[in-house]
Write a protein that binds this ligand. Structure first.
Ligand SMILES: NC(=O)c1ccc[n+]([C@@H]2O[C@H](COP(=O)([O-])OP(=O)(O)OC[C@H]3O[C@@H](n4cnc5c(N)ncnc54)[C@H](O)[C@@H]3O)[C@@H](O)[C@H]2O)c1
Length: 319
């Protein structure tokens, strides 16, 4: 698919971040766009940005949908068919995602399954619902967003990250397995797996909102305990660090994730759309993602050794 003009794209999780920028860049090319999010308040801003930039006649629709709930996904698909008066779509970006559920041993099971549910089942349910519409198009492309954590299940030597990594590995495996399935059974439909490195978005704040976690300023001493323990595991004594100082450190850490990333959400969206145009099945986003991919391939046996992790952390965010 060399250009997106007058194509129809569905984008999940387009309320902010990479999804919002995919929507606006596609809309700017005259692609009709249907976006969904669970944080409805952000959808209106995305719609406004898209409408401001899109050529006349471009249809942009917004839908409230929790992609981890199959009933809502089916209703979203029906609404797209109805509002876009179509039985086909050309592009499905399975972009919605959250963090959370860090430890398989210690984290709350509901949170673990919520994160896995959004990051894996969100992709699966949307692929199930929209695949017939992709197959019904003359040119279709399914774009599933995984992560560098879809090939390297680690955020650092003292940071468990199990639900997210498990889901992102599943997304990568599903996408790779579809390559042969689609080539055999629907060769006009392509599939790509997107593996971003660190992108400056509000994924931490959005995740906290969706999981009902308090803002740093509202965290109680009990809420702060896991962070205190995390610092202690890194040989940083917290004896003389007050709760307010811990709150400020968390706030700063979150701000740094958004503001000090090597790539913006807009740059990430451009790289993804270029990858789709070039029919790349694996789309690594950012120099950090390319470097990490190379290192893990070069030396898989040591990929979780402390020395390897410490070397890799120089490429990755500090969360
Ligand atoms: N930012 C990064 O560094 C980074 C790195 C690797 C992968 N990713 C992946 O990129 C994708 C986009 O994330 P982002 O960084 O733009 O963050 P973001 O928080 O700005 O965007 C994710 C969007 O998904 C929405 N969402 C969450 N749960 C949902 C649900 N159940 N149903 C519908 N929408 C839901 C959020 O409200 C948000 O608008 C995610 O899949 C994320 O895992 C991001």
């Amino acid at each position: 698919m060399k250009n997106f003009k007058e194509k129809i794209a569905v984008i999940t999780g387009a309320g902010t971040g990479i999804g919002r920028n995919l929507a606006s860049q596609l809309a700017a090319e005259g692609c009709h766009v249907a976006i969904c999010d669970v944080l409805t308040e952000n959808l209106n801003t995305t719609i406004q940005i898209c409408n401001d930039i899109a050529p006349a006649g471009t249809l942009i629709t917004a839908h409230t949908c929790d992609v981890s709930d199959e009933t809502q996904v089916i209703a979203f698909c029906e609404a797209v068919k109805q509002q876009h008066q179509t039985e086909h779509i050309n592009l499905l970006f399975n972009n919605a995602g959250i963090g959370g559920g860090p430890s398989f041993l210690l984290s709350d099971r509901d949170e673990w399954e919520r994160t896995f549910g959004v990051d894996w089942f969100g992709v699966y349910y949307c692929a199930r619902a929209f695949m017939p519409l992709l197959v019904a198009s003359s040119e279709g492309h399914l774009i599933n967003t995984s992560s560098v954590n879809g090939f390297w299940a680690c955020l650092g030597p003292h940071t468990a990250h199990t639900a997210y990594c498990t889901a992102k590995f599943a997304v990568k495996g599903f996408s790779e397995a579809l390559l042969v399935d689609l080539r055999m059974n629907a060769p006009h439909v392509k599939v790509s797996v997107v593996m971003p490195g660190h992108i400056g978005t509000e994924i931490i704040a959005n995740t906290n909102k969706i999981l009902g976690a308090p803002k740093p300023a509202d965290m109680t001493a009990e809420d702060l305990m896991p962070f205190r323990q995390w610092l202690e595991k890194q040989q940083i004594s917290t004896e003389n660090i007050s709760d307010d100082e811990l709150r400020a450190m968390i706030e700063l850490n979150n701000d740094n994730f958004t503001n000090n990333a090597p790539l913006s959400a807009a740059q990430a969206a451009t790289i993804i759309l270029d990858g789709v145009r070039d029919e790349k099945w694996r789309i690594l986003v950012g120099d950090d993602a390319h470097a990490l991919d190379q290192q893990v391939r070069d030396d898989p046996e040591t990929a979780y050794e402390l020395s390897f992790i410490e070397k890799m952390l120089s490429f990755l965010p500090s969360t």
